[in-house]
Design a protein around this ligand. Sequence first.
Ligand code: GRF
Length: 221
Amino acid sequence: MSSPLRIAVLASGRGSNLQALIAARDTGKLPVEFVLVGSDKAQAGALELAEAAGIPRLVLNPKAYPSRRAFDLDLFSRIEATGADLLVLAGYMRILDGEALHPWVGRMINIHPSLLPKYRGLHTHRRALEAGDAEHGASVHYVTAELDGGPVIAQARIGIEAGDHEDLLAQRLLAYEHRLLPAVVRMIAAGRLAYAAPDGVALDGERLSSPLELRGDELVR
Ligand code: GRF
């Protein structure tokens, strides 16, 4: 049997997406080994979840570094030292330095709460509501130097309903994020997904013309 995919996770907040990954691993649905949970916030809920799950933790304080690049270079070198195969950004709220992240392009994914390329950045739920969109969603993409701009691997879509407001929409979408992220990591662990430089995604060696879609707990073309 091949060894499980080693994953490191970065999170700045409550960590519900991390928890979804841990739960998938615990129920035998995700063959991964968590080598690290890192955060830029000492009080992040994700760190408590990591501790409860027995995953090594790392907290680095950005204020202790002279620049963003210095912080990110230290962070990435510590992650590299864990032997991680894949780095998952799950609610990691810092912009990454383009040069520091470069060695991780193709090995780093992010979950973003919008149907990218729509609504990069913050306040995605509010922006979808204000635009009068009929649907909203979440995307998992490979991380490149362009903020929320790397090639999209897979998306979950939900309809926007009459009574939706920002918090409700965020909450409804989160349940789908919790299936989307483990589904993508599962496919990466199975060796089926790859980054196709500079702006593509390959599934089973074939370049995708559009992101995979979440159906139930699975990803479909
Ligand atoms: C999620 O909505 C994720 O898409 C975004 O940040 C939020 C993180 O939530 N990038 P959590 O910390 O995983 O609960």
